[in-house]
Design a protein around this ligand. Sequence first.
Ligand code: NI
Length: 133
Amino acid sequence: MKASVRLLKSDNPYGKGNNVNRRIKMISMIRLGDIIKKLDQPWSPVEVARVNDQVIRMSLVKGEYHWHKHTNEDELFYVYKGHILIQLKEQNDIDLHEGAMVVIPKGVEHCPKSIEPSYVLVFEPHILKSRGD
Ligand code: NI
């Protein structure tokens, strides 16, 4: 598989009859290993990608965040590297090892905490500012 794909006019997936003068879109691979090298501040997510109305952000999770909930949005956590806990008030904490993920439903109070410094992908609507209530 190639690292990037150039879309020619003849295989334009965005439909025929579009403006033929519009810019050709480049599709680029995203290397998460490169992104984490740039992350040195805990709890300062960087945008990795957007897909439909979702944004995927990478965070360095180190120490404990604060208790919060998202009133209108579910939030997905995926541990790319490391080991974290998602603390919950209504049930046992979720113990997330590398390669594991969880969806915290809207309205559920949660507080992420690192067991070791960890790199975590968060999926959420891009209208959200990622800080919680
Ligand atoms: Ni949250």
